[in-house]
Design a protein around this ligand. Structure first.
Ligand code: SF4
Length: 339
C-alpha cells in the first residue's frame, strides 16, 4: 500500500490471451474478434497474445480444423486436406506453456477447437456429422489441466459484469502474490495475508482460516520458499469462487463494527439501508462499500484502509452501465430537439 496517498498500489497482472481477440487478424478467415472488455483492459494488463494454429504453421487464412474422436482418442483434423495436426499442436502447447513466465490468468476464444475452454464440438469423423460430445479445445484443455482453479475465461463470458469483476479481482490478487514470491520472505507473506484478510474472508471462510493457520504455523526450520509455495496452492482455490451477497454483507458488517462507538445512530441506519438494498437486489455492492470507504477515510482506520476488499483492482476498471454513468449516448438529446 502507498503510505502518503492512501491509495492501493497495483501490480500489473500478466495474462495469456488468444491473439485473435482484439490483437491481430489471425482467425481462419483472416478476421479478428472485437472485445470491448479486452480493449479496455489493454493499458492495464501485460498481455501475452498467442495463436497456436498460426504457431504450428497453418497460415492465414486457412482451412478450418475440428476435433475428431476415434476409438476414445481426440485428434485435431483439417477435414478439407485430411491432415492430422494433433502431434504438432500437443508439442506446441507443451513448448509454449513450459516457456512462459508466471502468469495470473487466461482469456481464450470460446468454442475454438484449439483455444476453447469448454463447449467445443467433438465430432465422430472428419466428414459432415453431428457432434458426439463437447469439451475444451486442445490448447484450452492443456491450460485447464496445468492451471486448475486459475482465472481462465473466454471473451464471451467477460461481457458479464460480475464475471469480469471476479476475474479482475483474482488476477490482481495473484499478481500481488507474485511479488511475495519474488521477495521470498515471511514478512512479505505476512503483509500480503494481512492486507487480503477481508477479501479472502468474503470468498471462502474455510480457505481464509486455513491460510491464516498456514502463515501462523511458520517455524524457523521451515524454508520460507516452501511456505510461500504452499500458500499459493491454497490461495488459488480460496478465491476461485465469487463471494455471494451474504458473504459480502458479513464482511461489511464485520468492518462497520470498528466504528460502532463513533457513528451516530442515523448514520448507522443509512448504512444498514444501503446494505439491505444490496441484499434485496435493489442496490449494488458499491452502495454500502462506498459508505464504509468514506468512514475509513474520516476515522483514519489503518487496518481497513489497507484491505484489498475495498479496492480489489483499479477504479478505472470498475464498470457500470453507460445509462447510469452518463458516459453513453445523451438520452435526452432527442427530447430536447423535439419542437
Ligand atoms: S481461437 Fe486460438 S487458434 Fe483460433 S485464431 Fe484465435 S488464437 Fe488462433
Amino acid at each position: 500500500m502507498a503510505q502518503g496517498s492512501r491509495k492501493r498500489r497495483f501490480t500489473q497482472p500478466r495474462v495469456v490471451i488468444s491473439r485473435c481477440i482484439e490483437f491481430e487478424p489471425v482467425r481462419y478467415d483472416g478476421g479478428i474478434i472485437p472485445s470491448r472488455e479486452v480493449a479496455r483492459l489493454k493499458p492495464y494488463i501485460e498481455f501475452l497474445p498467442v495463436c497456436p494454429e498460426v504457431e504450428i504453421g497453418l497460415g492465414i487464412p486457412r482451412e478450418t480444423i475440428r476435433i475428431v474422436r476415434t476409438d476414445g482418442d481426440d485428434h485435431l483434423i483439417q477435414p478439407s486436406t485430411g491432415r492430422d495436426v494433433t502431434r504438432e499442436m500437443q508439442t506446441f502447447c507443451t513448448r509454449f506453456l513450459d516457456g512462459i513466465p508466471p502468469v495470473d490468468g487466461f482469456i481464450l476464444k470460446n468454442r475454438s477447437p484449439t483455444s476453447g475452454i469448454n463447449g467445443v464440438r467433438i465430432y465422430p469423423s472428419a466428414q459432415p456429422s453431428a457432434p458426439v460430445a463437447y469439451g475444451p479445445g486442445f490448447f484450452g484443455g492443456e491450460v485447464l489441466r496445468r492451471y486448475p482453479g486459475y482465472p481462465i475465461e473466454d471473451e464471451g463470458r467477460l461481457r458479464n459484469h460480475r464475471i469480469l469483476d471476479h476475474f479482475l479481482t483474482r488476477i490482481y490478487t495473484l499478481a500481488d502474490y507474485r511479488l511475495v514470491e519474488e521477495a521470498g520472505t515471511i514478512d512479505a507473506l505476512v503483509g500480503f495475508h494481512s492486507h487480503n484478510k477481508l477479501l479472502l474472508m468474503a470468498h471462502n471462510q474455510t480457505g481464509y482460516q486455513e491460510l491464516g493457520r498456514l502463515v501462523g504455523s511458520h517455524t524457523k526450520q521451515e524454508e520460507s520458499t516452501d511456505l510461500i509455495a504452499r500458500y499459493r496452492l491454497l490461495l488459488v482455490p480460496t478465491i476461485a469462487r465469487a463471494p455471494t451477497y451474504a458473504e459480502n454483507i458479513n464482511v461489511m458488517l464485520h468492518s462497520v463494527g470498528r466504528f460502532k462507538h463513533q457513528l451516530k445512530s442515523e448514520e448507522k441506519a443509512v448504512f444498514l439501508d444501503a446494505l439491505e438494498s444490496y441484499r434485496a437486489g435493489t442496490g449494488t455492492l458499491a452502495g454500502p462499500k462506498n459508505i464504509l470507504k468514506s468512514w475509513i477515510a474520516r476515522f483514519g482506520d489503518e487496518y481497513l484502509n489497507e484491505q484489498t476488499f475495498f479496492a480489489p483492482y483499479p477504479d478505472a476498471l470498475m464498470e457500470y452501465p453507460a445509462e447510469e454513468t452518463e458516459r453513453g449516448r445523451d438520452l435526452w438529446a432527442d427530447f430536447r430537439k423535439a419542437p
